[in-house]
Design a protein around this ligand. Sequence first.
Ligand SMILES: Cc1cc2nc3c(=O)[nH]c(=O)nc-3n(C[C@H](O)[C@H](O)[C@H](O)COP(=O)(O)OP(=O)(O)OC[C@H]3O[C@@H](n4cnc5c(N)ncnc54)[C@H](O)[C@@H]3O)c2cc1C
Ligand code: FES
Ligand code: FES
Length: 505
Amino acid sequence: MPAMSDEVRFVLNGERVDVTGVSPQTTLLEFLRDHRRLTGTKEGCAEGDCGACTVVLAERRDGALAWQPINACIRLLPSIDGKAIFTVESLKAGDRLHPVQQALVECHGSQCGFCTPGFVMSLFGLYKSAHAPSRAAIENALSGNLCRCTGYRPIVDAAERMYALPSAGGWRAPGVAADGTRVVSRDEAQLVALLDLLARDRALDYRADGQRWTAPRSGQELAALCAARPRATIVAGMTDVALWVTKQHRVLDDIIYVGDADDLRCIRETSEGIEIGAAVPLTDAVAALDRTWPELDEAWRRFASVPIRNSATLVGNLANGSPIGDSMPALIALGATVLLRAATGVREVPLDAFYPGFRQTARKPTEFLAAVRIPARSPALVVRAYKISKRIDQDISAVFACFALRLAGDRVDDVRIGCGGVAATPARARRTEALLHGARWDADTVERAATVLGEEFTPIDDLRASAVYRRTVLGNLLRRCFHETRGAQSIVTRIDSPQLAVSVS
Ligand SMILES: Cc1cc2nc3c(=O)[nH]c(=O)nc-3n(C[C@H](O)[C@H](O)[C@H](O)COP(=O)(O)OP(=O)(O)OC[C@H]3O[C@@H](n4cnc5c(N)ncnc54)[C@H](O)[C@@H]3O)c2cc1C
Ligand code: FES
Ligand code: FES
């Protein structure tokens, strides 16, 4: 007799849905379109790039409801268990358009029918979570939506206009009142009650089509599962793993989901530093890191897009071992370590020793990554992180470099340099560090160090950049870092980070 399966239970456009018999590697997008005929949500790229599939996820968090746009095309269905999903079909009330839709009409922001539902849902996510956002915040909210026709200005105008329009009731009502306080509407209260009914106190164990999805509730349960099923695929935000399904058509028979383990969705800040758990989405991780390392914010904002960062985890980025991942060079420069947990115990490995080879990590099959630890910031530390890619938003790095220097007077007291896109693994520039260590922080030293840095790695030519370009850029980034530390003698190198940009006097 086949083993019993739980159902996947969630709220869809305000109604409870119980799912059985659907493969656990079905994407949320496939489920909406093929099983529920909710075809307002479109498929453009099926890889998280275009935003046509954007829906809004609502979940209970810290006693309140959090509303976040996500990409339905790369979200596997069982990960929605216990949460609520809103699609574009839910917004209109009878004949009345939602203020987001009405504003798009009035500002002439509705263009082709393919991308518009995605724009609507990204704006709905913004509408529910922010009040009177700045133009920069609106542009950030739209970072995951591509429009190839007439451009974004009328859409950004609509985002400013939507708050001024009368609400159409229910979750259609604004998430915040005019004075900035949060409004919980009657429908929101009902949604909370529905979600409370779906809450589980034990792991979801869902089986269909000979495949299995298990979502443990704690790190301890997860460790036991890794010991019992070492060949299972561990998934967190699935922004990498779902592409194995949608693009490589791989069959994942056995999946263990990290995202419902409450004790892994924690950020611990102490005098020793900060520890970010494996289930913490990038959006939350970045907010915490920005408090101590504001210099990294620009690089984080250029990590994918808002909907991707709402699903993807920081630890998942470290775990995938990609040589072009953005967080590894930054965290290597900051001296981070990763916590590898097994049923038998936990070991701590420096991030710069975690990648033995191309897309390899030091994790054993019976272990999972429980958290990343970043030591407390030492005084007088200068930090700069640079992402070089062809586009500002939603692009993969050609080169990523992060410099963390401690200056004592005019000397370099300590230095760590993390680099991405220039070797088979994320790497530390140890030869350059050795040259800089104890040297004067002046133009002569930096010239010599930039030459060494440009020669320290043997990058490849690929579609993102040539090897020569990568080497040249790496050296130039050190020069740029130097100029940015020269105060009034410096040059402006940033587009929108006034705290880092200092004009030539
Ligand atoms: C459109 C798009 C844009 C992107 N842009 C960027 C970008 O700008 N910069 C960048 O660096 N990346 C980018 N990515 C890649 C991806 O978003 C990141 O790598 C992300 O951080 C992965 O985290 P995740 O939680 O989604 O991982 P998942 O996809 O769930 O897992 C990734 C890998 O890590 C393993 N894993 C996950 N969690 C654990 C754990 N706790 N223990 C052990 N193994 C684990 C999985 O088995 C898998 O091998 C982009 C992806 C997409 C689709
Ligand atoms: S279909 Fe393009 S992001 Fe999902
Ligand atoms: S709205 Fe679809 S291409 Fe512009």
